[in-house]
Every structure is written in C-alpha cells, then in structure tokens.
Design a protein around this ligand. Structure first.
Ligand SMILES: Cc1cc2nc3c(=O)[nH]c(=O)nc-3n(C[C@H](O)[C@H](O)[C@H](O)COP(=O)(O)O)c2cc1C
Length: 418
C-alpha cells in the first residue's frame, strides 16, 4: 500500500483528505465522528471573537440531470457558537486524535490587536495550524472582513503579517475566487509570511428565483442576498486557480486544494496540478463522512497501479503541462473517428457539428440509407464537440493525424515573423 500521509507546510496528516471549514466542522462532536470515519484533518468552522447571528433559511442546491447538488449556494456566516465552547472542543479532539490535523479557521476584524489576541488564545488550545478566512463572500464581507480583505492584496499582506508575528504554528491563507487573478492575492499572502495558501472559498452567486412567489432562492422572510457557490460545478474554476498558483514563481508555497472535490479522481487531479492536499465540504454535506472510505481506497489503488510509493510522488506532476495558450503546438491536429459498430444512430454528433461546429459529419454514400455517419477529416478541426455530445462511451474518439508540419507555437511563429 502506498504512503498516503502528507505534510502541508509542516502540518502532518495520515491522508490528504481534510474537511473544509464549513457545517461539517461546526463542533467537536462532528469532527470526532469524522476522524473516527478516517478523515486526515479538519479545518474548524470559522471562529471569531465577536458572535454572529445566522439566518434561516441558508442553502440552495442546483439540480442538474438527476444530481440534486451539482452546485450549492449558501448565505451562512461563520461559526455562531461561543469561541470558548469551540476551543474546549478543539482541545478534546486533539487529545483523542493527536495524529490528525486540526486547523483553526479565523476571521477577525482587520485590526492588529484583535487578530493577535485571538491567535494567541486559539493556539493555546493546541491547533496544528491556522487558516485565515479571507474568502467568505457574503455577510462578513459587507462588514469589512472575509472577501473584503481577500480582494485587496495589500490587506491580505497586512492581515497575514499580523498573524505571522505571533503564530507559533503554520499559517494558511484561504483565498477568494471572487477576483480577476488569484495570483495577486496569493503573492500578497506569501509576502505577508503565510506558510501555505488554500483555495477556493465560495463564488458569488444567486441560485434562482421561485416562479410562484418571485422570491430569490434561498429566501429569508421573502428576501434574498447573494451567496457563495460551491460543489462539483466549481471544480474547474478551483483547479485552474490551484494550477495557476502552482506554476507562479511568486507563490512559492504549498497549496491546499478546495472546490468540488467529491471523488478520489477529483483529489488526484488537484494533487497533479500542484495541491499538497485537498479539502472537502459539499460532498460531505451531500453524502456524509463515510465517503472518506472511497476516497482513501481509490487513491491508494491508483497510486499502487501507477507504481507510486506515496502521495508526494503525485503532487505537481502535471503543473509543467499547464502552459500559456501561446505555447501550444499549432501544428498538432486530431480528428473525430466514429466507431460504426458502437454507433446507435442518434444523430447527436451530426446535429452538433452541423449547427455548432464545422459541418464535417455527413451521411455515408454507401447505401446504408443515410444511417451511417462519417467524418470528413479534411474539414474536421478536432474541436471535440461530437465526442462530447455522443451518448455512447468510446464511440467517437479523437485521433491524432500527421499534418506534416513541424511543431510550432504562436510564440515561436511570432518571433520568426515579427
Ligand atoms: C454552508 C457552507 C458554509 C461554509 N462556511 C465556511 C466558513 O465558515 N469558513 C470558510 O472558510 N469556508 C466556508 N465555506 C466554504 C467551504 O469551506 C469551501 O471553501 C467551499 O464550499 C468549496 O468546497 P466544496 O466545493 O467542497 O464545497 C462554507 C461552505 C458552505 C457550503
């Protein structure tokens, strides 16, 4: 069996699966049950020194093709439980599970004394690290915290510095995706003395409108407010941000990947794109703590099958393959190939190509009565659309063809022809 243990900026855990700061980490009762189930670490539901009041209702799910939580939206704030209760439970969790990572997520008004006072109190409870919540996009941001800090690199740097001055355990800065280029705030976190960054927090969103009542969804006594979007639907956005930071020399920090992780395959993709571990929220809210068994088993088998001894052997292995568009080989070409034995003649590929691509799928002139479809490889640009709409796995494959041209990128082309 491969070694699943990980070390994020000095924070060790027996596997790379942490619970993200969210409802599943709201109490010691929950975190202990999660650890019993096998989770490697937990980032406690964000703590603060000034109690907040939450609203009812709070969540909404995006239903898509049978999946009732393909995306999730929430207008919940941070922990509304007294800080002392949380700290007492953190001590108890660490006593019972010393080998698991317990991280305190913090969100404090941007004032040095207040940050430092809370950091000292919380680290006395024995946490393994801090995660600074500069990401929550609703409620607290209107009060100058969360993403209101995370959207301004100078504030990220300054708030991180205040914490780093007194923290005796590693400091992770959790970044907001509600920003044009996450590398700017990630670099600011590094400059402020962060030991790691985590991403992403939730994305600004409005889930929908009830067509009977015309209320926003979710609503609180008839009114709605913008919320934070997460779950499987946000994974591509999160993966891009992780990869962008992983290949940025200005962000020389380990990364904790968050956003839409629901399977071991999702986790492996984040690891390949540079994350040292992953955090999970929506998938646990949807299916409970027990998904950890599938995550651990699946990753273990994958590492074994690839002949890899540890998770470390996977981390960052795809980062060098994620480049600027201008470094892609313009001479490379694939074309669609339809397996006539698998084709069920649904015509989806034909319609997609006719209406939305390059009109290169035609009925075969072979007496099949127009049932057989063939690809005009000279016209096919290799866009993948037919492959994507085809309902039969393996029926349409994209096959590399020799263009006879040497590899050339736009950057190379420009430097020769400019
Ligand atoms: C209901 C809910 C509450 C959340 N509360 C917090 C929070 O208190 N602090 C925080 O840093 N992130 C919070 N998050 C964001 C998650 O930690 C995570 O960044 C996000 O949900 C993306 O991961 P996922 O796609 O696995 O859900 C919350 C998410 C949800 C759905």
């Amino acid at each position: 069996m491969a070694d699943l243990s990980t070390n994020l900026a000095g924070i060790r855990s027996p596997n790379p699966f942490w619970l993200a700061s969210a409802p599943p980490t709201n109490s010691g009762y929950q975190v202990m049950r999660a650890f019993e189930a096998g989770w490697g670490g937990a980032v406690w539901k964000t703590l603060t020194d000034d109690p907040v009041v939450n609203v009812s209702s709070r969540f909404a799910g995006l239903r898509f093709r049978g999946q009732s939580m393909a995306g999730m939206n929430n207008i919940e704030l941070i922990s509304d439980r007294p800080l002392e209760d949380n700290l007492r439970e953190i001590r108890e969790v660490k006593r019972r599970f010393p080998d698991r990572a317990v991280i305190a997520s913090l969100m404090i008004e941007p004032k040095r004394e207040r940050w430092q006072e809370v950091v000292k109190r919380v680290q006395d409870a024995g946490v393994d690290g801090f995660e600074l919540n500069f990401g929550c996009p609703h409620g607290m941001s209107e009060r100058g915290m969360g993403s209101a800090v995370g959207q301004v690199p100078d504030l990220v740097r300054q708030n991180t510095e205040w914490v780093a001055e007194v923290a005796e355990v590693p400091v992770i800065v959790k970044l907001t995706p509600n920003i044009t280029d996450v590398r700017h705030t990630a670099r600011a976190a590094a400059q402020g003395g962060a030991n790691a960054v985590s991403m992403i927090n939730t994305i600004n969103s409005l889930m929908g409108v009830d067509l009977d009542t015309w209320n926003p969804i979710p609503h609180v006594d008839g009114l709605g407010a913008h919320g934070g979007y997460c779950g499987p639907a946000v994974k591509p956005i999160a993966l891009h941000m992780v990869a962008d930071c992983a290949r940025d020399p200005g962000v020389p920090l380990p990364i904790s990947g968050i956003g839409g992780v629901a399977t071991w395959q999702d986790a492996a993709e984040f690891l390949l794109m540079g994350a040292s571990n992953v955090q999970v929220c929506t998938a646990v809210m949807y299916q409970g703590f027990r998904i950890i068994e599938d995550l651990v088993e699946g990753l273990n088998h994958y590492l074994d099958a690839r002949g890899l001894a540890s998770v470390e052997d996977l981390v960052g292995k795809s980062v060098h393959k994620y480049v600027d568009w201008n470094d892609l080989n313009l001479s490379y070409k694939v074309v669609a190939n339809i397996d006539q034995d698998l084709c069920i003649h649904c015509n989806r590929c034909y319609i997609a190509c006719e209406d939305a691509a390059h009109q290169c799928i035609h009925p075969a002139e072979d007496g099949s009565g127009g049932q057989q479809l063939v690809v005009d490889v000279n016209e096919c640009v290799g866009c993948n659309l037919c492959h994507m709409v085809c309902p039969v796995e393996g029926c349409i494959t994209m096959v590399e063809v020799d263009t006879g041209r040497p590899p050339e990128t736009w950057r190379q082309w420009q430097s020769i022809h400019a």
